[in-house]
Each structure stands twice: as structure tokens, then as C-alpha cells.
Design a protein. Structure first.
Length: 337
């Protein structure tokens, strides 16, 4: 069994968790991050590393994977520790007020503060009800796009009408040999700008846009070769396809966090918006997992929440000190031992 001690335990190594490690480092605190995924970065690294993000201040556009790389470089001076590929399983508050976290692999981490930055929890793709879809998973059916170059020169069918389906349709239009977007309705649940771009691509014959239909069957001998599309009027057609990408979203699950005695509502942890503290003293929640009135689920808001939470925690743990936050242009970045 591995045993670690630290100042701040951060559950979730996505962008908000990584920035929490940075804020802790500015306060001279050591951090240990835990994530169920095998690499830091959360969804940005595992699900869409090549997806452009447009609302990070100072970056007109930045790839999700690049954002993660920058955040990792930013926290290097503070030497945070990572436990990856293990799920945060049990959390116990000790008599001295500190916390003991045990992972699914039996690793134990003890720290005085806990920051929940686990996004929406663990994710599983929402799979369409296609009888033989499991036969083609990883052999033409992909739920997560890790590298768009995999689809260069290929025939790709994308299913869905949300942001992910539209975003990847637009991106792959310049990469794949042929892109077909299939949606069961004429209306889309995506950003209006993305819908307009996809419709323009269709008008310019850059993609095929098929509505009022859905993929109902897959064809191939161990490797995907084609799909059947059935329309609302009962008609059906077959298309050749190298890849079918069902983009129907992810199903979030809080997992063991739901059993830790926190106040939870609609798969989110309720916090005090002034401090980001949960109903348990010393445990904070930031990013998508946190909820409060007028919450905005944006990465930049999660960064702000991490800064607020850790500076409040410093004041709580050191009431005898007058904590004055100073700009990093004044203090610089001091490397931790």
C-alpha cells in the first residue's frame, strides 16, 4: 500500500484541478492530485485533445491538449504529486481535522484540505441502440476522437445533433475524404454558429447533412464497412463508411463522491458561492462539479473558483495571520522543495 501526506488533496486532474495546484503552490502548499484517467488533463486530454477552445482569456483559440500542457508547465515549480488511473474511493475526516483519502487501488493520501475538481464525475458514452454496435467498437466505431488525423482520407459518418457532433463535423470536413452527419431531427441542440457553419458546408458540398434519420445497423466483417440509415418516413439507405462516430454525449456519474456526506443536487455538489466550501468544513468543490446560484460551467470560471477556495482556506487555517493576496508580478513564482 502506498501512503502519502500533502497539504492539499485535489480530486480530478483536469484544467480546474491543475489550476488549483497552481493556486496552492502560490500559498506554499504542496498538492497531490488523483484522477481515474491514466493521464492528467481530464476530458481535455482524454476525450478531445485536438478540439479548439475559444473562451480562455488571452488565447483567441487554443487546443484542449495544448491548454493542458501549458497548465502542467505552469505548476512544475511546485512539484505536485499525481496518482493516476485510480478512483477516489473513500474519504474520512480524522480527529485532527485532516482528511484521509483511499483510492480504488488502496493508495492512501492524507492532507488538511480537499478540493473536488472532478468535472461531472466519471463519464461513459451514451451508446445508440444498435444491436451489433459492440462488434465494431475500436474497429470502426469510436465514441471519443483523440486524434483527428486518424480519419484523414476516410469516409466518416457522425451521429448526433449536439455541440460535439457539430464541432467534429466541421473540423473533419477538411480532413476526412467524406463526412456525413446524421441527425434524427431537423433542429439541432448546438450553438447556432456551429449549426450555421455545418449548413453552409452542406450547401457547398463539403459534407452531407441527413436529417430525420438515424443509423440503425452496421455492416462489415469484423471491420466497419458501411452503415444503414433509416428515416422517419420508413425509407432506408446504406452508406459506405470507414468510421461511425456516435456523438450522443456522455453519461456522468459522481461515483463514490455521492456517499461522502456532501449536499448533492442533480449530480453536482452544492457549495457556498462566496467560499466554494461544501457542507463539510475543509472540503471545497470547483469547476463543473460545483453548483450554486447563477453558476456558469466554463473553464475560466473554474479557475476563478479555485483561486477563491484556496485563498479562503488559507485564511481559515491561519486566522492568526492577516492574509493579503499579492500579485504574482510582485511575488514571482517560488519553487517549492
Amino acid at each position: 500500500m502506498q501512503y502519502h501526506t500533502t497539504d492539499v488533496i485535489v480530486i480530478g486532474a483536469g484544467p480546474c484541478g491543475l489550476f488549483a495546484a497552481f493556486e496552492a503552490g502560490l500559498l506554499k502548499w504542496h498538492t497531490h492530485l488523483i484522477d481515474y484517467l491514466p493521464m492528467p488533463g481530464g476530458q481535455c486530454a482524454e476525450i478531445y485533445p485536438k478540439k479548439p477552445i475559444y473562451d480562455i482569456p488571452g488565447h483567441p483559440t487554443i487546443l484542449a491538449g495544448e491548454l493542458v500542457s501549458n497548465l502542467l508547465r505552469q505548476i512544475e515549480p511546485f512539484h505536485p504529486k499525481f496518482t493516476l488511473g485510480e478512483r477516489a474511493e473513500a474519504l474520512e475526516k480524522l480527529e485532527d481535522g485532516s482528511f484521509k483519502l483511499t483510492t480504488s487501488a488502496g493508495t492512501v493520501i492524507v492532507g488538511k484540505t480537499v478540493v473536488l475538481a472532478g468535472g461531472l464525475g466519471c463519464f461513459e458514452p451514451r451508446k445508440p441502440a444498435i444491436e451489433n454496435i459492440i462488434d465494431f467498437e475500436d474497429h470502426g466505431v469510436e465514441y471519443i476522437i483523440k486524434d483527428p488525423e486518424l480519419y484523414r482520407g476516410k469516409k466518416v459518418v457522425i451521429g448526433g445533433g449536439g455541440d460535439s457532433a457539430l464541432d467534429w463535423t466541421i473540423l473533419l470536413a477538411d480532413i476526412a475524404a467524406d463526412v456525413t452527419l446524421v441527425h434524427r431531427s431537423k433542429s439541432f441542440k448546438a450553438a447556432p454558429d456551429s449549426v450555421a457553419k455545418a449548413q453552409q458546408l452542406a450547401e457547398n458540398n463539403k459534407i452531407h447533412l441527413l436529417t430525420d434519420g438515424q443509423v440503425t445497423n452496421l455492416h462489415g466483417n469484423g471491420i466497419l464497412k458501411g452503415v444503414t440509415i433509416t428515416y422517419a418516413n420508413g425509407n432506408a439507405e446504406e452508406l459506405n463508411a470507414d468510421y461511425y462516430l456516435p456523438m450522443f454525449g456522455l453519461s456522468p456519474k459522481l461515483g463514490p463522491i455521492a456517499t461522502w456526506g456532501l449536499q448533492i443536487e442533480k449530480n453536482a455538489v452544492l457549495v457556498n458561492p462566496q467560499t466554494l466550501m461544501t457542507t463539510v468544513e475543509g472540503i471545497y468543490a470547483v469547476g463543473d462539479i460545483a453548483d450554486y446560484p447563477n453558476k456558469l460551467k466554463l473553464i475560466l470560471c473554474g479557475f476563478h473558483e479555485a483561486a477563491m477556495a484556496l485563498n479562503y482556506e488559507y485564511q481559515r487555517l491561519h486566522p492568526e495571520k492577516k492574509h493579503v493576496m499579492k500579485y504574482t508580478t510582485v511575488t514571482g513564482i517560488t519553487e517549492l522543495d
